[in-house]
Design a protein around this ligand. Structure first.
Ligand code: CKU
Length: 608
């Protein structure tokens, strides 16, 4: 298993960012290797990394380009690094990549939202520049996560047809690093916590590729050593622990070292770790044994010009807005986000539902409409299903390995809106849900976001979820506008049917929302106006507040975002509480007022 550890500099490790301008070229015929592009591109332009390539272009063929494309960069590898293992570390390459260094194939990766390393130790020239050429591809298929397909237009051009509602941005969307790691190295570590009165007991496990022993030291914020243990597996006891709390975080500094017979440190790795427990008990989500009510958003990594690039400035603004509005959580719809986002969520005490990119499993270009109309697809009965399951398991394995130590991650979202009305979904779900538990040392709750036709009487898979997560659009896709009173009745009927099931599980809303033009006012309200967004939200809140088992609300979406063009989308999806430029719509003030006044433990015995 590839090491998912975030790249750092330490006494034994080096990491250099390769962000900046790279060379770039489309490979329409897919024969770049035949033309020697694994050694050198023959007619490249320059393009920034990290970024999606799409929105830099002013011509449509480039923006919509579907197929193979290449990146190239020369990188200097210092002589002093000889004798260590040298890697290229891609934080994400959307959707797949084959990496060449000095012409040699050094690794491949499927899936566009998780990191991978390429060991280049055997092909690099030291104290010289080395050429990296990356062949990438952005085509969607029935076995890709996210899913979709490729159409060929009559003019011969290929076009991506996503089965999901966000633009298929592609490229090197996140940072690339050159890293130097000692031969005997820490490959992985995991922690899980238990609270014992005022103290914490942390079980840990470290994986290395050698025989030497390991020491783990834990320091508090003032630099005092508070726990220490020798061995690759063990227990750390922290007295009078400072727990990581919702919107009130505290992080300990964990330092792991491999040392030899002479006490020489062979490798050092460190991380900031919040100590908290998370569990679902009856209808409650418990953090440190305290019930919590989720207030927040479904988000996207999406912004002007750079597309799905990880943009540190946008990230900062998003966290400031989430704090301003009184949110405490978000879902990483519809794919794992850049690691920095989880690091900041750890620091700010946000709760994250971490979603794998299993989206589009409805075979529908407008799943939002088809789901409301009750359309069924036998998605899990296809010949390609076994391969899809393999890819899904790989992505889930990488996701949990990457994010398992983050205090902010409180649940795994294993699908977004799959087709669950056919029995064929059941064995597939079973494998994915089992795998999540098997991989997660913290045994976090598992969920999946349920589309509108996954109803109490039709859904064959809700029993797998520890938290029932509903995406519902009563008052928008169903009974919008003047019909909102009917929508409310239908919404209630569905909620009553769930209630009658006595599932004894927490329910959360992972989506609800109404497209709104940030400049449109209308009295009386009309759909798309700011007034209607408020009316719609007041109706949702009335329903949420009347069911004690509803333990969270994450509105769709934090901000307006780009989608495929079409008759249902006006320059993208406009359900944002904020515009794409991160300015508030009127609804933001309504939410701020509500969320600031809802206690963190709303609907618990103490907080109702
Ligand atoms: C959203 C039932 C539809 C679920 N949901 C998926 C999300 O990706 C879309 O953007 C609907 C919408 O606004 O239609």
């Amino acid at each position: 298993m590839d090491s998912m550890l975030y790249p750092i500099n330490s006494i034994s490790r080096r990491c250099v960012s390769l962000d900046g301008l790279w060379k770039f070229q489309f490979d329409e015929d897919g024969d770049g290797v035949d033309k020697g592009w694994n050694f050198e591109l023959d007619n490249p332009i320059e393009i920034p990394v990290p970024a999606s390539f799409n929105d830099f272009f002013v011509d449509k063929e480039s923006r919509e380009y579907c197929g193979d494309f290449w990146y190239e960069k020369d990188v200097f590898v210092p002589q002093e690094w000889q004798g260590n293992d040298i890697f290229l570390r891609f934080s994400a390459a959307t959707h797949r990549a084959i990496v060449y260094v000095n012409g040699y194939n050094v690794g491949e990766h499927e899936g566009g939202f998780l990191p991978f390393n390429c060991d280049i130790s055997n092909v690099v020239y030291y104290n010289q520049y080395n050429r990296i050429c990356v062949k990438m591809n952005n085509e969607l298929s029935h076995i890709s996560l996210p899913a979709g397909n490729v159409k060929t237009l009559t003019n011969g051009k290929k076009m991506n047809a996503p089965y999901f509602d966000f633009f298929n941005y592609a490229g090197l969307n996140r940072s690339v690093y050159l890293t130097c790691i000692p031969k005997e190295a820490i490959l992985d570590f995991s922690v899980s916590h238990h609270i014992n009165g005022c103290d914490a007991i942390t079980d840990y496990e470290v994986t290395t590729n050698g025989e030497h022993n390991v020491i783990v030291n834990v320091f508090d914020n003032d630099g005092n050593k508070v726990a220490s243990s020798i061995g690759k597996k063990g227990v750390l006891e922290i007295k009078d622990v400072h727990l990581w709390q919702v919107r009130n975080a505290y992080l300990y500094h964990f330092v792991i070292m491999i040392f030899d017979e002479n006490e020489v440190i062979l490798d050092e790795y460190f991380d900031e770790i919040g100590i908290r427990t998370v569990e679902v008990k009856n209808e409650d989500i418990l953090i440190n044994n305290e019930p919590v009510y989720l207030k927040g958003f479904g988000k996207h990594e999406d912004s002007d010009v750079v597309g799905r690039d990880f943009n540190i400035g946008v990230m900062k603004r998003d966290f400031e807005l989430m704090k301003w509005i009184g949110a405490n959580s978000f879902r990483t719809a519809h794919y794992p986000y850049d690691e920095t986002i989880y690091k900041i969520a750890d620091k700010e005490g946000f709760l994250v539902i971490d979603e794998v990119s299993a989206v589009g499993f409805m075979e529908s270009m407008m799943n939002f409409l088809d789901a409301s109309s009750g359309k069924k697809t036998a998605w899990f009965k296809k010949e390609s299903t076994p391969q899809l399951l393999e890819n899904h398991k790989q992505a889930l394995t990488e996701l949990i390995n990457r994010d398992k130590n983050h205090a902010c991650v409180i649940a795994w979202s294993l699908f977004n809106e799959p087709e669950t009305t056919d029995e064929a979904a059941i064995p597939y779900f079973q494998e994915i849900f089992d795998l999540a538990h098997q991989l997660d040392p913290q045994n976090r709750p598992r969920t999946f976001a349920m589309i509108m036709n996954s109803r109490p009487e039709t859904c064959k898979c809700y029993q797998f979820a520890d938290i029932i997560a509903l995406n519902r659009y009563y008052g928008w896709y169903i009974g919008g506008g003047y019909e909102i009173s009917d929508a409310k009745m239908m919404f209630k009927q569905e909620m009553e049917a769930w209630k009658d099931k006595h599932l004894n599980k927490p329910f959360i809303f992972t989506e609800y929302g109404a497209d709104t033009d940030g400049s449109l006012h209308k009295l009386p309200s009309a759909m798309w106006s700011q007034e209607y967004q408020k009316e719609y939200l007041n109706m949702q809140h009335e329903i949420f507040d009347s069911y004690s088992f509803v333990k969270g609300e994450q509105i769709w979406n934090f901000a307006d975002f780009q989608t495929t063009e079409g008759i249902m989308r006006v320059n993208g999806n406009k359900k944002g509480v904020f515009t794409r430029q991160r300015q508030p719509k009127d609804i933001a003030y309504l939410l701020k007022n509500r969320w600031e006044n809802l206690p963190q433990n709303y609907k618990s015995k103490q907080g109702s």
